[in-house]
Design a protein around this ligand. Structure first.
Ligand SMILES: NC[C@H]1CCC[C@@H](CNc2ccc(C(N)=O)cn2)C1
Length: 242
């Protein structure tokens, strides 16, 4: 997979590319990430990339030409141009899974008050939001998007491979514990020390359903539960809906 990030602040991505899992996935050659400085595509002698908004109003707007030239430079037939913005489709694992199958992603990071709408309307394939809040630039949302996607690439997660649950099968994860057995007088649930894998699996499924029902019941609307899971959920509702 190829990812090109169009940004005015390429330096923010330097450590990101070397950091932890991202660096390892890049070193494995599973993805190449390029930082394209939009300012390099500004034609005017002052290298302007922004200008005052038509119709007045606060702040500056990113000019369309430099962005268009940058997109044209990197775009090919199999490219998807993604603009990170609060107006985008809110990112979830389903969308991440879908994007992880793409060959070439071009991530456009906006800044200031916005980018000229003619870019969004005519050259952006997909607007994505990482959540309902506003940031100064699209760079951090771009990093969130990149990490969520590339960790799914085949071979990305080696020994630290994820379990199905943490891979977000739609339910929230069960509680996790490690040594010591007793910490500040708090001990680990006995079942996890029993070595009884059937019981451990049942306990974990119960905990996932309980966590999801108590913390994010909305997620349960979009999941097809098995008969077994429905039975467990019914028990949980009786227990907690007193
Ligand atoms: N002023 C609105 C808009 C103008 C153009 C630049 C964006 C960058 N900021 C972002 C980008 C994305 C998100 C998100 N939730 O994914 C939040 N913030 C902000």
């Amino acid at each position: 997979m190829r990812i090109d990030v169009l940004t005015l602040f390429p330096e923010i991505f330097t450590h990101f590319e070397e950091w932890s899992i991202i660096g390892r996935i890049i070193d494995k050659g599973l993805v190449t990430i390029r930082k394209i400085n939009i300012r390099d595509f500004s034609e005017d002698k002052h290298k302007r990339v922004d200008d005052y908004p038509y119709g007045g109003g606060p702040g500056m707007i990113m000019k369309p030409e430099p962005i268009y030239s940058a997109i044209k430079e990197v775009k090919s037939d199999n490219s998807k141009v993604i603009y990170l913005s609060p107006q985008g489709k809110v990112l979830n694992q389903q969308l991440v899974n879908r994007l992880s199958k793409e060959e070439h992603l071009i991530l456009l990071c906006g800044h200031y008050e916005g980018i000229d709408n003619r870019i969004i309307e005519n050259y952006v394939d997909l607007e994505i939001s990482i959540g309902d809040y506003v940031l100064t630039g699209g760079e951090i949302p771009a990093m969130v998007l990149i990490e969520s996607i590339i960790r799914l690439l085949p071979g990305a997660l080696g020994k630290e491979s994820y379990k199905e649950e943490s891979h977000f099968n739609g339910l929230l994860e069960y509680p996790q514990y490690t040594r010591p057995r007793v910490f500040n007088g708090l001990s680990v649930p006995e079942v996890l020390l029993s070595g009884n894998h059937q019981k451990i699996q049942e306990w974990r499924k119960y905990q996932s359903l309980k966590n999801t029902y108590l913390k994010r019941p909305d997620l349960l609307e979009n999941i097809q539960l098995t008969d077994e899971e429905m039975k467990i959920l019914k028990k949980i509702k009786e227990e907690f809906d007193r």
